[in-house]
Design a binder for this molecule. Structure first.
Ligand SMILES: Nc1ncnc2c1ncn2[C@@H]1O[C@H](COP(=O)(O)OP(=O)(O)OP(=O)(O)O)[C@@H](O)[C@H]1O
Length: 320
């Protein structure tokens, strides 16, 4: 029996190596039921490997993962049927028609919403007689979406679902996703490189940097907490400035550019003590915040938004 938990996804110290490279490093991920979680990171950060471990397709070296309260390694067919997964690149059986793929997939699920499939195929103008191999990348994504949501899953896990789609198709795809999200209690974890899309749909984001979950917090909180500061000096800008929460700094002659997380009074005093002529605080959108946070220096990045959850997960374990 799955245990009752408010988490749809929960991992504890999940770790995976390929050769000597630790691609996922002690990952403690928690996605609460009903949440839409944007799973972010630069190329090779470990997103797909994590998702494959969640789906039981890659064995972790250590650590555990649970979906809907059941350990991934022992997941029952009943629980598996409540979870949908769309793999990167939308792999489908190419020799089938769309209609055949629908009938084939339907056989695996106790619950299947024919009306929803018809609505999605209609909406995207996809004829059921069309062979899958004749579909464009965007159309394959649309078929994958229809097949994934038809069993009315409680949890959707999508690996870069909008990769290769043009802007209009992407919008459409996401609008459909949002409609599905609005159905009660659905949880979605999706990885993406399109930060504008993530900003529109994700309540919470996690950012992996070299396999380490460096950011885990509400989307707005991350965006609002990362600030760029431009300091003007009358003479050459000082070298070697450091303070808690400093992510990047660039010395540009008479100017010093700083990127900080959690800009607060303590940081402001440290910066004012440098004696700049002017301080400009620049707000960033999610994409700019992500770029500033993840480029350059990596291992020493300040962790963001995790302390509370780690403390909570420790106390949960204590209570268990
Ligand atoms: N089967 C494998 N064998 C060896 N190395 C692998 C394998 N799969 C992934 N890797 C390596 O693990 C690291 C993480 O890869 P992963 O695909 O999880 O990253 P990602 O965050 O999904 O990247 P992207 O955004 O480019 O899809 C990369 O360095 C990759 O080369």
């Amino acid at each position: 029996m799955p245990k009752e938990t408010s988490d749809a996804i929960r991992t504890h110290r999940l770790t995976k190596h390929y050769g000597s490279q630790r691609v996922v490093d002690s990952l403690n991920l928690r996605v609460q039921r009903g949440q839409v979680y944007g799973f972010l990171g630069r190329n090779g950060a470990g997103k797909s490997t994590t998702i494959k471990m969640l789906m039981g397709m890659v064995q972790p070296d250590s650590g555990t993962a649970e979906l809907l309260g059941e350990p991934v390694a022992e997941i029952t067919p009943e629980t598996r049927a409540r979870i949908a997964y769309i793999a990167e690149g939308h792999p489908l059986y190419n020799w089938m028609t769309i209609g055949e793929a629908v009938r084939f997939t339907r056989a695996f699920y106790p619950l299947w919403n024919d009306t929803l499939v018809e609505q999605i195929l209609d909406h995207f103008e996809l004829p059921t007689k069309r062979k899958l191999r004749r579909l464009s990348c965007g159309q394959r994504a649309q078929v994958s979406l229809a097949l994934a949501v038809a069993p009315e899953p409680e949890l959707l896990i999508l690996d870069d679902p909008t990769l290769g789609l043009d802007t209009v198709v992407r919008r459409d795809f996401l609008e459909s996703l949002i409609q599905i999200i609005h159905r009660e209690g659905r949880t979605i974890l999706f990885s993406s490189h399109i930060l504008g899309d993530v900003e529109r749909v994700a309540d919470r984001i996690g950012i992996l940097v070299d396999g380490v979950l460096r950011v885990d917090c509400p989307t707005d909180q991350f965006r609002e907490s990362v600030k760029k500061l431009v300091l003007d000096f009358t003479g050459p800008a000082p070298e070697g400035f450091a303070c808690p929460g400093l992510v990047q700094s660039w010395n540009l002659g008479n100017q010093l550019e700083l990127v900080l997380v959690g800009y607060d009074d303590l940081q402001r005093s440290a910066i004012e003590a440098l004696g700049p002529r002017n301080i400009e605080v620049v707000d960033l959108n999610l994409e700019e915040a992500f770029i500033e946070y993840t480029r350059g220096r990596r291992r020493s990045l300040p962790l963001f938004g995790q302390e509370k959850r780690d403390a909570q997960s420790t106390s949960d374990q204590g209570a268990a």
